[in-house]
Write a protein that binds this ligand. Structure first.
Ligand SMILES: Cc1cc2nc3c(=O)[nH]c(=O)nc-3n(C[C@H](O)[C@H](O)[C@H](O)COP(=O)(O)OP(=O)(O)OC[C@H]3O[C@@H](n4cnc5c(N)ncnc54)[C@H](O)[C@@H]3O)c2cc1C
Ligand SMILES: *[C@@H]1O[C@H](CO)[C@@H](O)[C@H](O)[C@H]1NC(C)=O
Ligand SMILES: *[C@@H]1O[C@H](CO)[C@@H](O)[C@H](O)[C@H]1NC(C)=O
Ligand SMILES: *[C@@H]1O[C@H](CO)[C@@H](O)[C@H](O)[C@H]1NC(C)=O
Ligand SMILES: *[C@@H]1O[C@H](CO)[C@@H](O)[C@H](O)[C@H]1NC(C)=O
Ligand SMILES: *[C@@H]1O[C@H](CO)[C@@H](O)[C@H](O)[C@H]1NC(C)=O
Ligand SMILES: *[C@@H]1O[C@H](CO)[C@@H](O)[C@H](O)[C@H]1NC(C)=O
Ligand SMILES: *[C@@H]1O[C@H](CO)[C@@H](O)[C@H](O)[C@H]1NC(C)=O
Length: 385
């Protein structure tokens, strides 16, 4: 009801715009929030912080299924190297919560619509409980989900010994017997990422050592086989039946040297076994939620397309940040950086819409000119500081 009343007020107020007179502030649509952020990982929290500090009324809705939700510790986030991710997010929420215009709620967003005719200035968001929220702008910070195979033991150890990136957990498993999981197409890249950390490497390519894939590799990475041989990487092609954990690095670890002693036995099709201490994976990831496409966000591969200068998507008023966007960087510092960047551009976009109401129609081009360059100046200043 509130939504309909607000919308009709807004639409009525649009009517006199053709007059060359000052337009009162009230022509800004009246919404529950200036901005709505979907997702409470580091990108969404960072966006919320950036908006709350300039007193934008912002709601963050989060379904709390974080990409690194199962990992023991977060690494390579300066000042927070080794912090438990849940503690990191808790601390962030505690500090953000002191700002009177920051609001956070546990909820799963099921739909967002850009109300017709409002060109990215009025959104209606609905959550799984049927609650609705209106906002002038939207930030999608919804993250990615990893597709982990059903092979027994893999999901169980995912993020705890079977890990995803060298920077995430590599150092804690340095110099240990190591495995690479996933297609043979990715094992040269993984070897190159890992060789400064581990030398005893087996690539468990699980039946992907086919003529077809060899032809692809010969073309894409000439000399790949020789390189693998000289790196000392063994290729194991038999189907993986299970990866059995025999020791948990969460229990057996050495705090003094930052070492985790996980132990696994890999069972392959004919009963042969291999002892390994850790693995890196090459499995696909997908959008955690698909809220962007119905709004008009362009999707490239599995990412929401953005202008990396501003984190704007093709849908007016909609920004996409963190792992889910198309600049393809997937780590916590990047998530925080992109959340922050969207907050700056969103803040100025809102102000630009307001500033336009202070002028006659004729003068509006001035706003476009001035605010356009001010936005860039602001970001340049921020990037330098
Ligand atoms: C195993 C593993 C270990 C990692 N370790 C590190 C590390 O050590 N250091 C590092 O820098 N990076 C690490 N990463 C990467 C890091 O986890 C991501 O880069 C980071 O979490 C991205 O933040 P984000 O805010 O984009 O997404 P996320 O942290 O995934 O947060 C997205 C949030 O959006 C919510 N959401 C999605 N859809 C909806 C919806 N419809 N309604 C409401 N909420 C929704 C989700 O529930 C989730 O809470 C690791 C990744 C993995 C997989
Ligand atoms: C959100 O859910 C978490 C548990 O998943 C709970 O600890 C927290 O208090 C909830 N927050 C709100 C605002 O309800
Ligand atoms: C919005 O407008 C389009 C045509 O521009 C129409 O197809 C669509 O049904 C409208 N949606 C709503 C919710 O009114
Ligand atoms: C191994 O390959 C099989 C058959 O393609 C597949 O079902 C399974 O998920 C793969 N396992 C791993 C660990 O990659
Ligand atoms: C690897 O396994 C696949 C599937 O079983 C098989 O088709 C292929 O010939 C094997 N490759 C080699 C080099 O043995
Ligand atoms: C492999 O691991 C198993 C189970 O922990 C252990 O019994 C065995 O001795 C190990 N083999 C080697 C060669 O280390
Ligand atoms: C990111 O990856 C997608 C494929 O998922 C690709 O289409 C896009 O061009 C990449 N973006 C950049 C900036 O490299
Ligand atoms: C809609 O908004 C965008 C900016 O987000 C602007 O470039 C475009 O001209 C607007 N379209 C209309 C019809 O006002």
């Amino acid at each position: 009801m509130g939504f309909l009343r607000n919308l009709s007020t807004f639409l009525l107020l649009l009517a006199p715009i053709s007059e060359a007179v000052s337009i009162p502030r009230a022509s800004i649509p009246s919404t529950d929030y200036d901005a709505l952020v979907v997702g409470g990982g580091p990108s969404g929290l960072s966006a919320l912080s950036g908006l709350a500090r300039v007193r934008r009324k912002t709601l963050l809705l989060d379904s709390a299924e974080y990409r690194n939700g199962e990992t023991r510790h977060m690494h390579d986030v300066i000042g927070n190297d080794g912090t438990v991710p849940a503690v990191f997010r808790y601390n962030a929420r505690e500090l953000i919560a002191k700002y009177p215009t920051a609001f956070m709620k546990n909820a799963t967003v099921t739909s967002i619509v850009s109300v017709n005719g409002t060109n990215g200035t009025y959104f209606l968001t609905t959550d799984a409980a049927g609650e609705t929220y209106t906002s002038r702008k939207v930030i999608l910070a919804t993250g990615l989900s990893d597709i982990i195979p059903d092979t027994p033991g893999v999901k169980e150890a995912w993020q705890r010994g079977i890990y995803w990136c060298p920077w995430c957990d590599g150092y804690e498993h340095r110099d240990q017997p190591f495995g690479i999981l996933g297609s043979i197409l990715d094992c040269v890249g993984s070897t190159m990422e890992m060789e400064t950390l581990n030398k005893d490497i087996i690539a468990f390519v699980n039946g992907t050592y086919t003529d077809e894939n060899v032809a692809i590799l010969d073309k894409k990475r000439p000399g790949w086989f020789t390189q693998l041989q000289r790196y000392g990487v063994a290729i194991e092609n038999r189907t993986i039946m299970s990866i059995e954990r025999v020791q948990d690095g969460a229990v057996v670890h050495d705090v003094a040297t930052d070492t985790e002693f996980d132990q696994f036995v890999v069972h392959v099709a004919d009963g042969t076994t291999f002892n390994r201490s850790a693995f890196i994976t090459n499995y696909p990831s997908v959008q955690h939620s698909h809220l962007g496409a119905p709004l008009g966000v362009k999707i490239y591969g599995e990412k929401m397309d953005v202008d990396p200068a501003s984190m704007r998507t093709a849908a007016p008023g909609v920004f996409a940040v963190g792992d889910a966007n198309s600049d393809n960087s997937t780590n916590v510092p990047h998530a925080m950086f992109t959340g922050k960047k969207a907050a700056v551009f969103l803040h100025v976009e809102l102000e630009k819409e307001y500033a336009a109401t202070l002028l006659s129609k004729r003068d509006e081009s001035l706003i476009e000119e001035r605010m356009g360059s001010e936005l860039e100046d602001l970001w340049k200043r921020l990037s330098k500081s």
